[in-house]
Write a protein that binds this ligand. Sequence first.
Ligand code: F6R
Length: 241
Amino acid sequence: MQEVMKNIHVQIVRDQTAGGLAGFQVFQNALNKGAQVLGLATGSTPVTIYDELTASDLDFSNLTSINLDEYVGLKPTHPQSYHYFMQEHLFDQKPFAHSFVPDGMNLNADEETKLYDALINANPIDLQLLGLGQNGHIGFNEPGTDPASTTHKVALTASTIAANARFFDNADEVPRYAYSMGIGSILKAKQILIVAYGEAKANAVAAMLQGPVTPDVPASYLQRHPNVTVILDQAAASKLN
Ligand code: F6R
């Protein structure tokens, strides 16, 4: 099923496998139109898109990728770092000319966030891939984040620490801080693809698309972006009118 709401194109797919193919097609179209810089995300949601990208004959060797976020304090070689995730799921198979992920080992937050913003400004993102948090976060922009925010150091909320704890041996090991592009940085991308699966995301999906634009739901600011594609499964779409 497909529905167009103003600037937002919603596509409902059978499951995460079908979502991988649908997401791949959004990437393919963007590349066909000349996209040079891809904004990328980690987490469980994009994995099937990355599977399709790695299995395809698309060539990224002249392109640039810029990731949304990284935990502060994890080395790139830590299996739960976002650097490691991207190597494993995409970059090892499909190298880009340049791939950037915030440097979680740079403990000088002011320096790191300024460097990352300069990088984004010098390489405007053509297509930004996003997952959606159960609380409506995008990147690590938790409820209450300034919509004009640029790259910043974030103290993770208890709910995000709990949601990410499944990737660590216990919740105490989950980093408490991350570097994240801000909502303002994300909204500068020319096109945005946001993907959500499962009933646990249904409230956040409804608030993102049909609720007021509010700092309580960072993803609701996507309503103000001119070109957004949303891929959902039935469960994630189940609270939409
Ligand atoms: C990941 C990121 C996060 C996730 C979100 C959904 O780089 O920035 O915002 O996209 O937490 O995570 P999953 O896909 O694991 O449900």
